[in-house]
Design a protein around this ligand. Structure first.
Ligand code: MN
Length: 485
């Protein structure tokens, strides 16, 4: 998929790398026992460690470490058997320690791969450079009082995994696909809830441009803390055009940190970008290196759930679904769970068709998630059984589906109450077929003259007479026998 920006002198391509901060699912913080629950009263989930009281010492939360290893395994990445926490020094009011405990040159996870599933059904691999563990900072609130700012330390010390991609993406669509896939993987793993609107996943977007055909990496600008897929794509579009404009006017793009204004859909310079050495990183003397045995890594690997790529391959290989349909079904874990409940012990292609072509449309019209579906997986499965055992036709099934949406009733009850059972009694169908033939001497002439399409007229007559309940296969067979005979 090529994404080009037309400049005055040449065409340009965009080079994108992402840093995704994922909040680790754990009950307590990375180095303290305080709760990580979202939405508490300000400063109620704060221990003396988080508030950086003098003499308090951090104690590593083992579950956060396991979560980071699981995520690394999910990204097919190298788990580093020795990693080191380092202090990243800077001053800000919402960082009472005066430094963030992070990881610098020895992160917990090294190089890996993430496969993008593009909307046209193709896929493409993007390199993962690393994943490291670090603490989150608190929150500054500047909008509560005209003169003062307030600080909420509830988030201070919560464990984050920062995933850094290689600069492998070349379009806003690829960056969007990267974040969606990342979110899907951590949700399958249960290592991050992926809720971008609550800040559990936030993205720093690194963008540079270069003339098409060049392989240089030019100076990039980093836009911080972008919190939706749509915004990330908007940042890239805006930045690419802005930087091409700078070069076209004979200027140079400067290395800087920018902020996104989602109302004006533009980025603005925040500060000139600091380099790693500005932070005076050094190993944290209060914490020992993390050292893992092969057994621990193997144990966590053995416990991993089936991940979206494997599940997609299984749907294609075992169920015979198209890669596109399989990709749609596995993208969200909850959707895959629903689909599997419908497909269990049934025709998987039929199940996929009904979930994708009938249910998804309704959910998107009503802005519902799959867990809010008005039709349970159990009921949809029962509807498919009624089709498979010829109790109802596909056409009647669509009507039953509509009633299920409105009433939430079981399909068998709807079919029973409304007398929708398919007529498979040969005698009854034969009577309707005979009546249709008797009613259309002209049509019989046409059919005998070689117009096979006219058969549809007879089928229509029979269906009308039986209120759509005659078994279509039997109707066709009988009509042909009688007309040909
Ligand atoms: Mn970070």
């Amino acid at each position: 998929m090529s994404y080009l920006i037309k400049g005055e002198t040449c065409d340009w391509e965009v080079v994108i790398g992402l840093e995704v901060h994922c909040q680790v699912i754990s009950e307590s913080k990375l180095f303290s026992g305080a709760s990580t629950l979202f939405g508490g009263e300000p400063n109620t989930h704060v221990s003396v460690v988080d508030a950086a009281m003098p003499g308090m010492l951090p104690v590593i939360n083992e579950e956060c470490v396991r979560q980071a290893i699981r995520t690394g395994l999910g990204l097919k990445a190298k788990i580093n058997k020795t990693s080191v926490f380092a202090r990243k020094n800077y001053f800000y009011a919402d960082l009472p320690q005066g430094y963030q405990i992070s990881q610098a040159d020895k992160p917990i996870v090294g190089a890996g791969t993430l496969t993008l599933d593009m909307p046209d059904g193709t896929s493409r691999d993007v390199g993962i450079e690393r994943l490291h563990l670090e603490q989150d900072a608190g929150k500054s609130m500047h909008d509560q009082d005209p003169k003062r700012s307030f600080i909420d330390l509830n988030r201070c010390g919560v464990a984050l995994m920062e995933v850094v991609s290689d600069p492998d993406m070349r379009s806003p669509e690829e960056a969007g696909a990267f974040v969606r896939k990342m979110r899907s993987i951590v949700r399958y793993l249960g290592t991050c809830d992926g809720n971008m609107d609550q800040g559990s996943m936030r993205c720093d977007v690194n963008v540079s441009v270069r003339p098409v055909g060049s392989d240089e990496l030019r100076t990039r600008a980093e836009t911080k803390n972008v919190n939706s897929v749509r915004f990330i794509m908007q940042v890239i579009e805006f930045e690419a055009k802005r930087q091409v404009g700078v070069y076209d006017n004979g200027g140079q793009v400067v290395q800087e940190t920018r902020l996104f204004d989602s109302k004006k859909i533009e980025t603005r310079s925040m500060r000139s970008k600091e380099n790693a050495h500005d932070y005076r990183y050094f190993p944290d003397p209060d914490l020992l290196p993390l050292i893992f045995t092969d057994e621990l890594i193997e144990e966590l690997k053995a416990e991993l759930p089936e991940l979206p790529d494997d599940r997609k391959n299984r749907y294609v290989g075992d169920f015979g679904l198209s890669p596109y349909d399989a990709g749609v079904l596995v993208a969200e874990k909850d959707t895959a769970t629903y689909f599997e409940a419908v497909a269990e012990g049934r025709d998987q292609k039929l199940a996929a068709n009904w979930v994708i072509n009938n249910l998804f449309g309704v959910l998107s019209d009503r802005s519902l998630s799959i867990t809010e579906s008005p039709i349970t997986a159990g009921h949809l499965g029962e509807l498919l059984d009624l089709i498979s055992d010829d109790t109802i036709s596909n056409k009647i099934a669509k009507d039953v589906f509509e009633v299920m949406l409105e009433t939430g009733e079981a399909p068998a009850k709807i079919v029973e109450d409304r007398g929708l059972k398919q007529i498979t009694d040969t005698g009854a169908i034969e009577a309707a077929v005979d009546a249709a033939i008797a009613a259309g001497p002209n049509q019989v002439e046409q059919y005998k003259g070689g117009n096979e399409k006219i058969l549809g007229w007879f089928v229509g007559q029979v269906m009308k007479a039986t209120q759509g309940k005659a078994n279509p296969g039997q109707v066709n067979k009988l009509l042909k026998e009688k007309l040909d005979g």
